[in-house]
Design a protein around this ligand. Sequence first.
Ligand code: PEP
Ligand code: MG
Length: 573
Amino acid sequence: MIVSEERIIHGVVASVGMAVGKAVRTFDPLFVSFNFKLRPDQICKEVERFRNSVEKSREQLKRMQAELKRKSGPESSFLIDAHLLVLQDRLFVDRIVEKIESESINAEWAIQQVSDDLFQAYDRLNDEYLRERRGDLDDIVRRLMHNLQSKPLPSFNKLPYDAILVGKLVPPSTLFELRSHRVVGLATETGSPLSHTAIMARSLEIPAIVGAPELAEVASGDLLIVDGERGVVIWSPSDETLAAYKGRDRDGKRLKKKSGASVSSPAVTEDRVQISLGANINFSEEVRSAVTHGCESIGLYRTEFDFFREGKQPDEESLVADYSLVLKSAKGVPVTFRTIDVGIDQRSWDGVNSNLGVRGLRFCLENTDIFKKQLRSLYRASVNGPTRILLPFVSTVDDLDTATQILADVRAELDLRHQPYDRNVPIGVMIETPAAAQTCDLMAPCVDFFCLGTNDLIQYYLVIDRSDQSVVHLYNPFHPAILRCLHQVYTLVRPTGKSVTVCGEMAADLPSAAVLLGLGFTSLSVSLTAYPRIKRMIRSVSMSQLRDLSGQILKMHKPKEVEARVRATVYGT
Ligand code: PEP
Ligand code: MG
């Protein structure tokens, strides 16, 4: 669609900042396809890349078929035949090769064009059974795309212009894989600011707007402004708008530089209460920057992004090397490694995982070979610096007992192998399920520390899926249920003497962070982007005033009243 007039598309801010660039469309929630022209000398290689992906897909399907035959007999394995047939279909495979060669386009784009034609043909069929076969093609297209993209695509770095990724949904690992100095912004039709994609965008400091369905009309190459302050995307901006935004961008950069200066000052409140302020990171490369910024700890390292980065299981030796490098780069700053958490918007090898299903520790207890491998690697790396292990999504003391036994087994195994490790690595638990919030005092004897995951805790408490934008407006940390829950956690944990660090996004939002301090939490961990502003907030508030505030808001009935009172205290408005 050609738009000549400036148009404002409303969405939700997922990552602040602003970006000007040309849209690069992704077309699928799981796979990113973009269109670029090849040079004549690149065509042969691209055809080979496509054929390799066909071969890889065929091997995977054959393995899957053999497994299906073994487990459930020959009857169900015919399902895979349909997929294998698509891969043998000359109308499909040869047409893709022909497109790459005749139009000099990348394999992903050729696959998409050919499959789009076939999808349309399927949709026109009257026979319901045949129409259903569309799903087989859909599946195979996903598989081919996945296999094509298991390696990063070098050409993306060579984009001739600053790009804003636009799509229905961009998974966090994809955003990470596609990050480059030329990806300046992200705008998605669906998603919420609490999804891992949003968290990833914030980590990468990529301005992002999510939940903007009108973006469906935007085409690759269209000029866009992502405004991560107002929560809008400006499509086809006028020259005046463009000039105004470019001016704001310069001011923003100046401000960022200025705020960086305060980062080395201690995190103490006006009335001299010391607050521990750590950094949340999503991938190993962030450690260096956290240390350079003077962060006193890595309060949360979400290891799943690096773990699943290659699209296949990492081996123990490479994990040991990666974790050792993280600890060496941390230069003595303690690092809290959270064992892999597989959530709804994270990619794993076996597809989508439900928020209420096999997540976090549940996944690890069902896949003990993977869990043990990660634990062995963490212990082995622990000789390189202060290491802490954190277990996510814990909901029962029984699960915790099982995990504790597995940790002991792993240590015994390392003893047998005569492998050195730190036997005093502290073990912690995320309080992020209502069950953990209610029973953290019962869990305390089994753990050394706690981390409070408000992102999940709020979603489970208020029954709001954090990745569903249709309910995002209901997600409210000032809800009396949340305040009471946080107060209860503090009251239950305090007598146990175990520390609690709040590492959910609540700690990164100024008014909510002030509430946490008032409720008694004196250890926070936030993303690097939020670090300077939270430090400034800590230095500008008085703890005794915040304690009074918490006494008042715990008696209030409505989130709006709470928010107004908190804002008045923090901002003096
Ligand atoms: C949380 O749930 O608050 C948390 C920090 O973990 P994640 O955002 O990775 O689920
Ligand atoms: Mg969580």
